[in-house]
Design a protein around this ligand. Structure first.
Ligand SMILES: Cc1cc2nc3c(=O)[nH]c(=O)nc-3n(C[C@H](O)[C@H](O)[C@H](O)COP(=O)(O)OP(=O)(O)OC[C@H]3O[C@@H](n4cnc5c(N)ncnc54)[C@H](O)[C@@H]3O)c2cc1C
Length: 510
């Protein structure tokens, strides 16, 4: 039976950071259990511009959603099955979470996770976070930036991570190497330089299917290799669950850690009654408005969605409350289902809800670990209809931007929803039915105060009521960051590594 000091389950975004930091100490032995293969020498994975080709393929766990009566029931949630996790197939848009995001976490009981305390972890990140390179800045994206300034009256931002902002339009920062368009993913930045460390043991294409506990103490994990071999891997110090916002609660539930009655109904022996597991499912849904362009547009770009806009409609809001990605492609996957055509040449703006109010839930439908969990995001179900109204406002703002020069000169006509769709009711219906995800599920093992019975982990990321086991990934987010979450996840990884170091220092951890 292999024994390591730490067993990291999931070599994804946060897991790569933690494994890298732990193995800086040559005396600490770490195993990483990763469901996917390596990304080393995989040009299809490492080339940022090829990200769309990875979705739905062999390297995607590809989770469906349950029926969404007020939204789009056809949304599929891509989750990467490869070293580096979702940072190996995402678009690497890199935003340091805004101060209001962290402070909201602290207010929700995550003591020590306020903005001032979290700031140093951003400086530690090993990823190459740079502004979209000049050569990658497409002419039409530049003109979107200029038109949005005029139409919406927001400032142009060069370097969104330089200082906190409420509003602004500009090119994003990306975690990439502009000279060759290669990713600076979690695996590239945190694992590739250290693969020869003798104390780092990667178990690739190996699936963790059940945690082993002795009473309330986590001991290890049962895994299955690609060849079907069953292995039990033991952790002398701690088990770190970093399988992401879908697979972390899934693993906990299959291990008997979760809401007692749900587990009993499925015949899963209850090991630890923890009602919060799978609750608080968050996402950043967005809609889409598409224009046909007057002929082809230049092809240069970092990854086709290089610029964006943040708006604060409510001055009382402590951050942006509406966001747009600008796509240099006609993104009609969902509208086509409603009968819309795909123009040969076109662009899209995608109004997005930074702080959505709807809350969903992840749950099991079978005791068989091979059956995918149900993801019920309950999109657009918040009581005040805030989420849908945000998208309606977004479409109206998008139309104003499209009318402004220099963008207007590129656009031939609005394809979806089309100029005849104008009432709030019709815009809402369209916006919700074609809504898609930008793949930000989070919150399903949320962090909270140690005495918060709905929380899954405490502010030290320890699973409440258990010992020697922590969670570090997007599932611990108490609330959604207003900005794209990957940098927040990397910072969770850095903070977890520090908490682990403190825990081994006598008297170091509360
Ligand atoms: C297509 C796409 C585009 C995105 N674009 C952006 C963006 O531009 N900017 C941004 O900020 N965010 C973006 N995101 C979101 C961001 O990538 C994620 O929020 C973040 O990477 C999640 O990190 P994680 O550590 O929680 O999980 P992951 O990175 O998903 O890591 C989980 C790892 O665990 C492994 N695993 C899971 N279950 C098991 C198991 N049982 N046994 C063994 N291994 C297991 C998986 O293979 C995976 O490697 C995007 C996501 C996607 C999918």
């Amino acid at each position: 039976m292999p024994v390591y000091d730490y067993v990291v389950i999931g070599g994804g975004t946060a897991g790569s950071v933690i494994a890298s930091r732990l193995t800086e100490d040559p005396d600490v032995r770490v195993a990483v259990i990763e469901g996917g293969p390596t990304d080393v020498d995989r040009e299809d994975v490492l080339t940022l511009r090829r990200w769309l080709g990875l979705l739905g393929g062999d390297l995607d766990y590809d989770y469906p959603t349950t029926e969404q009566p007020r939204g789009n029931s056809h949304i599929r949630h891509s989750r990467a099955r490869v070293l580096g996790g979702c940072s190996s197939h995402n678009t690497l848009i890199s935003f340091k979470p805004l101060p209001g995001d962290w402070d909201e976490w602290a207010e929700a009981g995550a003591e020590g996770w306020d903005a001032a305390s979290m700031d140093p972890y951003f400086a530690r990140l090993r990823n190459n976070i740079v502004a979209v390179d000049e050569k990658d800045r497409n002419a039409i994206a530049r003109d979107f930036v200029e038109a949005a300034q005029k139409a919406v009256g927001v400032p142009r931002v060069e370097g969104f991570n330089q200082q906190p902002f409420h509003e602004g339009v500009g090119f994003f920062d990306l975690a990439y190497h502009p000279e060759n368009n290669k990713r600076s993913s979690a695996s590239v930045a945190y694992l590739h330089p250290f693969l020869d460390r003798p104390n780092l043991h990667l178990m690739l294409e190996t699936w963790a299917h059940r945690l082993e506990l002795e009473g309330t103490r986590a001991k290890g994990v049962h895994v299955r290799t690609k060849d079907g071999e069953e292995i039990y891997v033991e952790a002398a110090r701690e088990v770190l669950v970093c399988a992401g916002a879908v697979d972390t609660p899934r693993l906990l539930l299959h291990s008997g850690i979760g809401p007692k009655t749900d587990l009993e109904e499925l015949g899963i022996p209850v090991v630890h009654d923890l009602p919060g597991v799978g609750e608080n499912l968050l996402d950043h849904p967005e809609s889409v408005i598409v224009w046909e362009t007057d002929g082809p547009i230049p092809e240069n770009s970092a990854m086709d969605s290089d610029a964006g806009l943040f708006v604060r409609r409510d001055p009382a809001s402590n951050g942006p409350d509406l966001m747009f990605h600008f796509y240099q492609i006609p993104f009609t996957d969902n509208p086509e289902r409603l009968g819309y055509e795909k123009p040969e040449h076109g662009v899209s703006m995608t109004p997005n809800i930074p702080k959505p109010r709807s809350r969903g839930r992840l749950y099991l439908t079978s005791a068989d670990p091979a059956v995918k969990p149900a993801l019920d995001f309950r999109y657009f179900t918040d009581e005040e209809d805030y989420d849908a109204r945000t998208l309606v406002d977004g479409i109206k703002i998008a139309r104003e931007i499209a009318k402004a020069e220099p963008l207007a000169g590129w656009l031939r006509r609005e394809v979806c929803p089309g100029p005849d769709v104008t009432s709030d009711e019709d815009l809402s219906e369209y916006a919700r039915k074609v809504a898609h995800t930008v793949y930000h599920p989070a919150g399903t093992c949320r962090m909270g105060a140690a005495d918060d019975t709905g929380a899954v982990v405490d502010p030290q990321l320890r699973i409440r009521g258990l010992e020697n086991i922590r969670i570090a990934d997007a599932s611990v987010f108490p609330t959604m960051t207003a900005v794209n979450p990957m940098i927040g996840v990397l910072m969770v990884g850095e903070k977890c590594a520090e908490l682990l170091a403190e825990a081994t220092t006598p008297g170091g951890e509360a």
